[in-house]
Ligand binder design. Sequence first.
Ligand SMILES: Nc1nc2c(c(=O)[nH]1)N[C@H]1C(S)=C(S)[C@@H](COP(=O)(O)O)O[C@H]1N2
Ligand SMILES: [Mo]
Length: 356
Amino acid sequence: MSARRPPLVGRYTLEELALAARNRGMPLEALRDDVTPSGLHYLLVHFDIPPVDAASWRLRIGGRVQRALELGLEELQRLPARTQRVTLECAGNGRAQVSPRYPSVPWIEEGVSTAEWTGVPLAALLERAGLAAGAGELVFRGLDRGFDRGVEHEFARSLTVAESMREGVLLAYAMNGAPLPPQHGAPLRLVVPRWYGMASVKWLHAIEAIEGSFDGLQQASSYHFRTTPGEKLAPCTLMRVNSLMTPPGIPDFYSRRRTVQAGRVVIAGRAWSGAGAIARVELGDNGTWLPAQVEPAAHGFAWQKWHAVWDAAPGAHELACRATDERGECQPLAPPWDLSGFGNNAVQRVHVLVVE
Ligand SMILES: Nc1nc2c(c(=O)[nH]1)N[C@H]1C(S)=C(S)[C@@H](COP(=O)(O)O)O[C@H]1N2
Ligand SMILES: [Mo]
């Protein structure tokens, strides 16, 4: 495996621009929707969207199981289904705010969305297959193939047996009430609530129970926190506490700066944390924090709505929002340093000009 790409400072490269155009984010005005319309859901595709023939496609469950299974889409769709709302966020969301930055998808803050996923609980299928003695992890394999840092592989990730059996882990064939779109993993994807998005393997075709731990590149090398090139700290797992606001007023086409009419303005947004419910959200106005109202967590795996009434006085304002989860974890004011730009949950800042 060749070395990690060296970090960049300054201008964006054509490669980053190409990745950004392929892997577009959720427009922040879509924060007004409880459930992100499928066409506005953010997208992260490492390689190409693979060609899949749904008629001949099979999901194979094997390895250290008592009964290997092979199921077609219709067979899966006949099993008891569950629909649940889940917020997904890319682990690299916010990467572009960090300097030096890792050359990869240059998310600013838009790599997050919420959809309603329908499918079969993974635990139900694993109970059918029956895990054999010694099974420690499950490897989830996607049909998409490519190279990263010189290594050819199919996108694959693992979860421990305990994580796989958790409530809410779903093999989804529908998104927002319609068949899974190609870009979101048709015909079947894994959905792992509360975790950063990389765990939710798309274009799933095989689940393999293994002894020990999976050494695939996307598991053992990528998706770890690092502060220096030589080290490998904790793996990226649960989403850190985070929040965003719908930018108020109207934007300038090029700079995206906002213009807002003076007076009472309702600022609304969403907050989420992989660790649990949101306890508090504050709205910042030029450095002064005001409390916001947070709606209760009605859907356990989805973001929570919040709003605050802002008395907008004429002049230039920097608005910000900051959430705290029930564990007491609070968003930092500045991006936490990470070499790959993972886990940046620093507060969002929106520049607004208030006019009479
Ligand atoms: N097979 C496969 N699964 C994948 C990926 C991928 O490139 N290939 N990208 C992962 C990453 S990094 C994220 S953030 C989510 C994004 O899911 P979405 O595109 O449906 O929003 O899918 C994950 N699952
Ligand atoms: Mo991601």
